[in-house]
Design a protein around this ligand. Structure first.
Ligand SMILES: Nc1ncnc2c1ncn2[C@@H]1O[C@H](COP(=O)(O)OP(=O)(O)O)[C@@H](O)[C@H]1O
Ligand SMILES: [Mg+2]
Length: 309
């Protein structure tokens, strides 16, 4: 749904983004993560057709960012990192302004604005002035504005920045709802934990270079030499289970404490299934059997420390 191909942007001698390529599939929520100044907004503004590349190309829903910008604008909802405040405008007028800009027929505008306000829980603020809203509500209104033309793709530049914890949670819930509506979402943040629990894939950018991109699982597999298997068994089976695991060719190290076994696993998914099968076949009562996920924080630390470059 979104494709970035060799995007490069120079400002004079300064290389803000260097040969960036990644793909985001339909219905995915892609977290674009990197510290301040990494090049997130530059890339996002390029995709939103607001910035010409030094070189490279982008595609959104099949349309070229460089040669079909108007078509791209119709399929995206773009929320910039800073948005202007419209003095003297009421909430509904603000949305109506964008609905007009998107050439939504007069007869539909009221209905659509009502729906968007309802979705973003702003119906009770319909006749309030935009200036008077809290920061969290302004952000929500800005998100509302990106939805009036019902775009399949949302491109959101740090939508949760500057929000208090409660407003952040509300924003998250909203994004989840939008994801469930089938939207493809690109969302940036310099705070990893903000994106960790609801993105389907991520891209990590630092100093203009993409360090890793893909599903969280893919990235985890890419960077770690071994996987960790956690097996919990009923008490009386612990010793036998440890012995069986130690004897398996795909397992290197086994630690047991209490009745949980932690094993370094070096094999394919098929081998993991075989290990479980062997445990059960041997009459060991397995209470749970799972691969221990590497946390996104660990992934991020490993990647930005240059373990993978
Ligand atoms: N118009 C510009 N002129 C010169 N340098 C710029 C301009 N816009 C951004 N930069 C620089 O490009 C780098 C990337 O910026 P940006 O994409 O805004 O990063 P991020 O959004 O990840 O914080 C930064 O070092 C920034 O100072
Ligand atoms: Mg930015």
């Amino acid at each position: 749904m979104i494709e970035v191909q060799h995007f490069t942007k120079h400002y004079g001698d300064f290389i803000a983004v260097d040969d960036l390529s990644f793909t985001i599939g339909k219905g995915e929520t892609f977290g674009f993560i990197g510290p301040n100044g990494a090049g997130k907004s530059t890339t996002i503004r390029f995709l939103a057709t607001l910035l010409r590349p030094t070189s490279g190309e982008g595609r959104v829903a099949g349309f070229s960012v460089t040669s079909e910008p108007m078509a791209v604008r119709r399929v995206i909802g773009f929320m910039p990192d800073d948005f202007g405040v419209y003095d003297g405008m009421k909430v509904w007028e603000f949305l109506d302004f964008f609905a007009v800009a998107y050439e939504i027929p007069r007869g539909y505008r009221k209905k659509i604005i009502g729906e968007v306000l309802e979705l973003l829980d702003l119906t009770h603020k319909r006749d309030d002035y935009v200036n008077g809203l809290s920061k969290g509500m302004k952000q929500r209104l800005c998100l509302a504005k990106t939805l009036v033309h019902d775009p399949p793709v949302l491109i959101l530049d740090e939508p949760a920045s500057g929000l208090d914890p409660r407003a952040r949670l509300e924003m998250k819930a909203l994004l989840n709802e939008l994801r469930q509506m089938g939207k493809t979402i690109l969302i940036s943040s310099h705070i990893l934990s903000e994106l960790a629990d609801f993105c389907t894939s991520i891209g990590i950018i630092e100093r203009g270079k993409l360090l890793a991109a893909g599903s969280i699982r893919e990235i985890q597999n890419q960077i770690r030499s071994h996987r960790v298997l956690k097996v919990r068994v009923l008490d009386e089976s612990t010793d036998r289970a440890a012995e069986l695991l130690r004897g398996d060719s795909s397992i290197r190290m086994v630690e047991a404490y209490d009745h949980t076994l932690s094993a370094e696993f070096e094999g394919q998914d098929r081998d993991m299934a075989r290990v479980l099968d062997r445990l059960i076949q041997s009459g060991i009562t397995v209470q749970s059997f799972a691969e221990e996920p590497l946390s996104l924080e660990e992934v991020f630390m490993m990647i930005t420390k240059g373990i993978v470059a």
